[in-house]
Every structure is written in structure tokens, then in C-alpha cells.
Write a protein that binds this ligand. Sequence first.
Ligand SMILES: NC(=O)c1ccc[n+]([C@@H]2O[C@H](COP(=O)([O-])OP(=O)(O)OC[C@H]3O[C@@H](n4cnc5c(N)ncnc54)[C@H](OP(=O)(O)O)[C@@H]3O)[C@@H](O)[C@H]2O)c1
Length: 335
Amino acid sequence: MKRIAVLVLATNALIANAQSVPKTMKAVVAHEYGGPEVLKVEKIPVPAPKPNEILVRVIASGVNPADPLILNGKYAKEFGTHLPLVPGYDMAGVVVKIGAKVTKLKVGDPVYAYLLWGGGWAEYCISNETESAIKPKSLNFVEASSVPLAALTAWQAFELGKLQSGQTVLIHGGSGGVGSFAIQIAKARGARVIATASTANQDLLKQLGVDVAIDYTKQKFEDVAHDVDFVLDPVGRDTLARSYGVVKKGGIVVTIISRCDEAELKKHEIRGASLSSHPNSVELAEITKFIDAGKIKPIVSQVLPLTDATKADAQAETHHTRGKIALKIAEEPKP
Ligand SMILES: NC(=O)c1ccc[n+]([C@@H]2O[C@H](COP(=O)([O-])OP(=O)(O)OC[C@H]3O[C@@H](n4cnc5c(N)ncnc54)[C@H](OP(=O)(O)O)[C@@H]3O)[C@@H](O)[C@H]2O)c1
């Protein structure tokens, strides 16, 4: 009798810590660095979580310019990447296994994450509690998968530059992944928002709630924006170079593309900062609250199957994506 009770307890503990998981999975794999053509859909072993990790059944994975950037191998040393490589730095899915040291998340939790080491373009991926937060209730998994990297980048840029309510912020690339979240986060923080995009995306800027929309193909932003408190630059080059002059004394330029020109900062008596964003489940949980309060909404312009990963990667490389693209990897679980 006692032995049966022990057996039942042990079985229950196993069920609580893991769901049945196959040995192999479909994943998008690169065995060499290069363009989208190096990506192949293959069967590979399902990874096993370490004590502080979770295994997630991926429902959808967001696509970012980081995917082609890391895939081309140019920054392999800086990013610490190695081959074979499974791209995908965003995911939303369901926890199916937890390591022995995982304390907050449990099997069955719907989660989403910015994955530091990628691996989201697969049926299963590894994450941990410093990356993964509970998915917003108001979003499906596809929508949720498009949030973490881009929204956290915008969030961290405004934290870094200490954006205050009532300030005016100029957001370049307002129709892209980072820009579309940045507009909504800045508005939610009480800022006045000026944003740039091409002609085709002027409607999106307005839909996102900007106070002033600039079509950069028709108008120089410096003819419209003056004395702003904050510039968020996800574009770089000439756009960054022309941005210093529109910032008021004491204001700040935060670039997520390159480094600020120290001579220009000095000349205009402004500050500058470069951001390299990082996963952060605490900040992601804060973003979740804004999403579930209806203040931030992802704009998903394209949903593709895993087999179209090459197409997704090629689109991300254009730097002209409207909102976000997501790969749908499995059916949405029933609530
Ligand atoms: N440092 C970091 O941690 C970090 C994190 C995330 C992203 N990034 C980088 O930030 C950049 C943006 O990322 P993302 O995800 O937002 O990319 P994205 O989704 O491809 O969006 C780029 C946006 O920029 C707009 N754009 C292109 N040229 C422009 C110009 N000259 N002036 C104004 N807007 C312009 C495009 O709009 P139109 O199509 O209307 O031109 C597009 O919507 C990428 O290079 C990415 O690698 C860096």
C-alpha cells in the first residue's frame, strides 16, 4: 500500500514537471553563415533544459532584423554565436518541462520571451525565468511572439534616456518593429510623439497615435521637428547624423544602430547613448500590463509557416517591414 502511494506521488511529480515531449523536432537550421538560402528545415533532437532552464513548445516565433544580421556571421565573435545555428530571438509558447531550479514558471504556463541565444524557429526551444514572462491574456500566441525583442528595445531606450511625461520625442522608423512599439510606449508614458516613415506607412503612424507624422521620402524631418527632448534612432547613418540638430540643449539621442558622434553632441550641448537591448522578464511583465490594459498592441503584417523561414529572413533584411512578421509553428492551443 505504502509503495503504491509513493509510486502515485512520484508519478504526479513527474506530470507536474514535464509533459510528454518527442525526441526530435522540426527546426530551421543553418550549418554555415550566409543569407536566407543557408536556412534548412531539419529534424533535430529536442533540447533538454538545464536545472535553471525551461523547455517551451513553440507556437509562434517573431522575426527581427537580428535574424539575418546574426545569420550572416559578421558579428559572430561579438554575439558569441556558433554553428549550427537555429535563428529566432522571439517566441511564444507553452512550458512543457522545467529544470529543478526553476521556481516561478511551471509546466502548462503560456509564456513569451526575447531569447538571448535564439532557437525560436523550432517546435521546441530552451528559455529561462530571466527571459520568459507569462504571455499577455489579450493576445494570441502569434501576436505575443512579435512583441518581446522589439518592445523591450523601445522600452529600454526610454529607460536609458529617462523619457518623461510631457516631453517631445522624435521616433525614426516609426512603422517598423521597434518604432511601432516605441510610439505606443512613448504615448503611454505621456510624451508628445513625432515619427517618421515612408508614404505607404503614414496611415500606420496615425493609427499608432502619433501627434505629428513625417513622410521622410517627401520632407526633411529637420524642417518639421525642432527642439525635441529625445530622439530614438533605429535607422542610423544620415538619419542619425541629421538628428543632433533637432534636439534642444540638454536633450538626448538614443541610437540602437551605432554610436553617437561625440563632436556633434558637444557642439549641440546634448547627450547621446547607444543601446544594445537584452532580455528582461521583469520589464517584459511590465509591458504585458500595458498590453492587457489596451495601451500597446503589436502590428503583425505577415504570418508565415516555418517552411517559409527563408522568406521571413529575406524580408527582415530589407529594413522596410511594416510592424512585425511572425512564423506560426503550431496551432494556437485551445483556451
Ligand atoms: N541595438 C539593439 O539592441 C537593437 C534591437 C532591435 C533592433 N535593432 C536594429 O534596429 C533597426 C530597426 O529594427 P526594427 O525591428 O524596427 O526593423 P524593421 O522592422 O525592419 O523596421 C525598420 C523601419 O525603418 C523604416 N525606415 C527605413 N529607412 C528609413 C529612413 N530613412 N527614415 C525613417 N524610417 C526608415 C522602415 O519604414 P518604411 O518601410 O516606411 O521606410 C521600417 O518600418 C534594425 O537595424 C535592427 O537590427 C537594434
